[in-house]
Design a protein around this ligand. Structure first.
Ligand SMILES: *Cc1c(COP(=O)(O)O)cnc(C)c1O
Length: 398
């Protein structure tokens, strides 16, 4: 263990390996900065780094170059000033809600939101003294009537699930704007390829990147995008305290997936429209809900908001009810029986026997779900192969 005078000992050299700097060329892919610490050559630069989200990187809970790549990519697609990535969609949603709300504030929210979001709002109401009023989202005047002097947030989803409701975002956001209320829109189901809520006046857009942004069902993530720098700083500050920060490798996977987002969304929409039409003509199917079909109650709004395609998720009711739903779910082979959506593969869910099994028929109806309702999250496979699978499963569900 001897060392020449001009060289540190092996113990020190193993701890400080050389870092190869890229010079003369550049990486084609996005580099993964997995380390959580960044060291400074200049103490003044370090002091400045602590001032906000745009200073030099120093600790990855507050910012990381690979994570920033994801934040900037989603902010760019959504037309916002900046993004904030989180460990999951719920991490992004909670960072936003907890940053802008305080005890005594009031929230107006659409009544068919993502289950965990409703759970969070109910928790805020029960334990944190935030009041919540749920509205149908179908009538801007209903939303206006729900506003109170202490209303701080209007919370909406571009496409709700599994009802496939599409709300009139511009009209509802205008109601919020008139009253000085922040509008937060969960754009997970549409993706920024189909809809950009900030262009319709939204203040914050939130995403579960776990779904279409990542696109391959192999990574959890979330992103919030802000219309103003002020909101971004407020949420960034709180998010750093909350600690639901995005991991560099997860962010890298999401950025990698996003390179095909536009292609995938095109195909998801084409396949969903194709299958919706075929399902509507099948004798075992009582009703199909897809915003791209002319008989969908929100078809006009959906085409106006999302002219390039109305999403990759549809639901349909089996005439045979609960038993037919369970039989269908057990019979699919190419489609996977699983609760999520947004991956390249096709997923099937029978809510009445799984995610909503604790509800009776009456409560199911109130949630806009039938005992024989199937949710189909359409992937990017060939539509004829998907139809062959659905068709053989439908034969067992009559
Ligand atoms: C999945 C989902 C979420 C939650 O996202 P996670 O990444 O699972 O935390 C929130 N909103 C919508 C609309 C979702 O589909």
């Amino acid at each position: 263990m001897t060392s020449p005078q001009d060289r540190p000992h092996a113990e020190t050299r193993t701890v400080h390996p050389p870092v190869v700097e890229v010079a003369g060329s550049r990486p084609v892919g996005v580099p993964i900065y997995q380390g959580h610490l960044f060291a400074f050559d200049d103490a003044d630069v370090m002091a400045e780094a602590f001032g906000g989200p745009d200073g030099a990187f120093f600790y990855s809970r507050l910012g990381n170059p690979t994570v920033r790549t994801l934040e900037e990519a989603v902010a760019d697609l959504e037309g916002g000033v900046a993004g904030l990535a989180a460990a999951s969609g719920m991490g992004a949603i909670n960072a936003v809600l907890l940053a802008v709300l305080r005890t005594g504030d009031h929230v107006v929210a659409q009544d068919c939101l993502y289950g965990a979001t409703i759970g969070m709002l109910d928790d805020l109401a029960e334990r944190w003294g935030v009041e919540v009023t749920y509205v149908s989202g179908t009538d801007p005047e209903e939303a206006r009537a729900a506003l109170r002097p202490n209303t701080r947030v209007l919370y909406l989803e571009t496409i709700a699930n599994p009802t496939t409701q599409v709300v009139d975002l511009p009209a509802l956001i205008a109601v919020a704007k008139d009253a000085g209320v922040l509008s937060v829109v969960d754009n997970t189901f549409a993706s920024p390829i189909l809809c950009r809520p900030i262009a319709h006046g939204a203040d914050v857009v939130v995403h579960s990147a776990t779904k279409y942004l990542g696109g391959h069902s192999d990574v959890l993530g979330g992103v919030a995008v802000f219309a103003t720098e002020e909101l971004r700083r407020k949420v960034w500050h709180y998010a750093a305290e909350l600690g639901a920060s995005a991991d560099p490798f997860a962010s890298w996977l999401t950025v990698r997936g996003m390179q095909t987002l536009a292609l995938r969304m095109r195909r998801h929409c084409d396949n969903a429209l194709d299958l919706a039409g075929r399902l509507a003509g099948h004798p075992a199917v009582a009703a199909v809900r897809y915003p791209g079909l002319p008989d969908h109650p929100d078809h006009e709004v959906a085409v106006r908001l999302m002219p390039d395609g109305q999403g990759g998720v549809l639901s349909f009711d089996l005439a045979g009810g609960r038993q037919a739903g369970a039989a269908f779910a057990g019979a699919v082979r190419l489609a996977a029986l699983t609760p999520s959506f947004g991956g390249v593969k096709t997923y099937v869910l029978h809510p009445a026997s799984t995610s909503h099994r604790m509800l009776g028929d009456e409560q199911l109806r109130a949630a806009g779900i039938g005992a024989g309702t199937i949710r189909l999250a359409v992937g990017i496979e060939h539509p004829d192969d998907l139809w062959a699978d659905l068709d053989q499963a439908l034969a067992k569900a009559t």
